[in-house]
Design a protein around this ligand. Structure first.
Ligand code: AMP
Ligand code: MG
Length: 324
């Protein structure tokens, strides 16, 4: 059982929980969100753990307005115009990630773009009070439908989270539309609460809805972060010239000769490992090593998503299949 608080009186407690790195289920106008402080990697890892998500796909960072959004992402004039026209509201904009943005690499799944949205109502007030963005996918366990009432959140996730904020049934009931401006073109990555017609009316420009071809699924333009350096998994021994991505207290043979070494979690904690995954991969990618050797990582819990992402990083590259 999670505590369920009315949105009218929940702000201080929700804020306290988020500042402590805990998850809070919150109402937005689209669906209920499972929110964490977007700057706190361990808190964001908890989102994937609570949802039982088998992979680290990028999450939407929710902001309290354009000013916060522009501290996170780089807005071209058309993206700015769209934010001004539709925020707060069910439109998510994918823009290049700015440097030093208060968004942990687990939120963007290591990508150099970030998905941003300003929600209405309680969620917007909560973000303003926190002063930082909230990472929040839909508040449902992986494979189940999105939730639109506090009762539905409790039924699905109540045994895995501490606090649910009840703002009544959500108004829109479907997820946000995801849009990306690329070379002045409007690409709809996912249909949702704002229609293509509304976007065309606001911009005077056609919305392209990629069907088939290069972009087959929502968010596919996201591609996947993959290091330029080759990745070798489940290693028992480090070869000369390799960098080591370690896990846990026990080292693989030859670890002393690694060109560089970073440990995802010296104690073998999967939540810590998830929070460190992208930053460590990126750092070892810069080491100029022949390959990044990865020690075996547990497969249970968050280990499934960690191993999934590492397997993708290790897979042979077929650039034609990965747009952007
Ligand atoms: P949800 O789990 O409902 O929050 O959905 C988030 C959606 O946003 C997923 O389809 C993601 O693939 C997409 N998304 C998030 N960040 C990005 C990004 N940087 N580029 C493209 N799509 C993104
Ligand atoms: Mg969802």
């Amino acid at each position: 059982m999670a505590r369920i608080l009315n949105a009218e009186t929940a702000l201080a407690e929700a804020l306290e929980a988020l500042e402590a790195g805990e998850l809070v289920a919150i109402p937005t106008e689209t669906v209920y969100g499972l929110a964490a402080d977007a700057a706190n990697g361990t808190a964001v890892a908890r989102i994937f753990e609570a949802k039982g998500r088998p992979r680290f796909n990028p999450l939407i960072a929710h902001v309290d307005g354009l000013a916060m959004a522009e501290r996170i992402g780089k807005f071209d004039p058309l993206s700015r115009k769209l934010a001004q026209a539709f925020w707060p509201g069910p439109l998510t904009l994918v823009v290049p990630l700015g440097s030093g943005a208060p968004v942990h690499a687990l939120v963007t799944a290591g990508l150099d773009t970030v998905a941003l949205r300003m929600p209405k109502g309680f969620a917007g007030r909560l973000i303003a009070a926190l002063g930082r963005p909230l990472a929040a996918p839909s508040a449902n366990s992986s494979g189940r439908v999105s939730t639109t009432t506090a009762e539905a959140v409790e039924a699905d996730l109540g045994d895995r989270i501490g606090l649910i904020v009840d703002g009544g049934p959500t108004q829109v009931g479907v997820e946000s539309t995801i849009l990306r401006v690329e070379d002045g073109r409007l690409l709809m990555l996912r249909p949702g609460g704002v229609t293509a017609e509304e976007i065309e009316a606001a911009t005077g420009q056609a919305v392209e809805r990629p069907t088939g071809g290069a972009i087959q699924a929502p968010g596919m333009l996201a591609s996947h972060y993959a290091p330029a350096t080759a990745v070798r998994l489940d290693v028992a021994e480090i070869l000369p010239g390799e960098a080591l991505l370690a896990f846990g207290p026990v080292r693989a043979r030859g670890a002393a000769r690694a060109m560089a070494m970073l440990n995802l979690s010296p104690t073998g904690d999967l939540r810590e490992a998830a929070a460190n995954l992208f930053a460590h991969l990126q750092a070892l990618d810069r080491a100029g090593a022949a390959a990044i050797a990865v020690e075996p990582i547990l497969h249970h819990g968050l280990g499934a998503a960690i191993n999934d992402r590492l397997a993708r990083a290790a897979a042979p590259r077929d650039n034609s299949a990965i747009p952007a």
